[in-house]
Ligand binder design. Sequence first.
Ligand code: A3P
Length: 307
Amino acid sequence: MALTTDLGRRPQLREVAGIPLQATTVDNWSQIQNFEAKPDDLLICTYPKSGTTWIQEIVDMIEQNGDMEKCQRAIIQHRHPFIEWARPPHPSVLRWFLLAYFKGVEKARAMPSPRTLRTHLPTQLLPPSFWKNNCKFLYVARNAKDCMVSYYHFQRMNQMLPDPGTWEEYFETFVSGKVCWGSWYDHVKGWWEIKDRYQMLFLHYEDIKKDPKHEIQKVMQFMGRNLNETILDKIVQETSFEKMKENPMTNRSAVPTSILDQSISPFMRKGTVGDWKNHFTVAQNERFDKIYRKKMEGTSIDFCMEL
Ligand code: A3P
């Protein structure tokens, strides 16, 4: 196992079909690939740092008819199994018990239907049973520049991912797709291109930010639910960045500092559109745009870069 936290170093990534993933995911790969999806599963799909936690809380609030107390039943990571997740062993815990317990596929298997699950996998690595069972997919995409900034700060504080190095170094790592779960461009293009062939709702982080009620309504309809205006307004309120930052069930405060060190950067960091402007130099921005045009050539997907 490539995990080296015991030695005070960050774990290195390994690869499956050219996509960098956490070593613990790679160790459990056959179990993940053989995961049996069910026809009534809803799978939340995102590239990392695209608003996964946000959409999870929105989906859960819709499922619970806006009952906040029910949404407080568990931390968000435990409400929707993360299918490719296998918790790395940690010296301060009962390692083998937790290693077994924290496999996303096992959690999902133990969960009653209808299940809401989540993944960061690109389309080509998704367990085939999701396609076979024509499951519902809810994809959230976030503009690449804000995603890069968010991922950079996340890697600074997440001791289970490689050290991002300097911002300049990370810029190169990100554009070359050498980050966990691979290239942003390929991920977004891959899911975008198949969206009309499957039961898929494709959302943009920036749209949720701009008009949360409208986007939440779309999610509600996609889930086949019908909630009244009062409940919808409550969901908008309870899933605001400010509320979720204070909510211990969504802000990751329950995760030990040895895993997520929020003194370096909080998990609920800024929650804005356009923070990239505080990080990109003019030269980096020009270079990024050039690479972006090339990598995204031929796709119809469009992103809003500032509100
Ligand atoms: P920033 O680092 O830019 O602040 P994920 O859940 O996929 O890891 O994404 C995390 C990003 O989503 C973080 O972005 C986080 O602040 C942001 N986020 C989480 N909840 C949010 C909310 N309710 N509104 C807006 N952004 C939110």
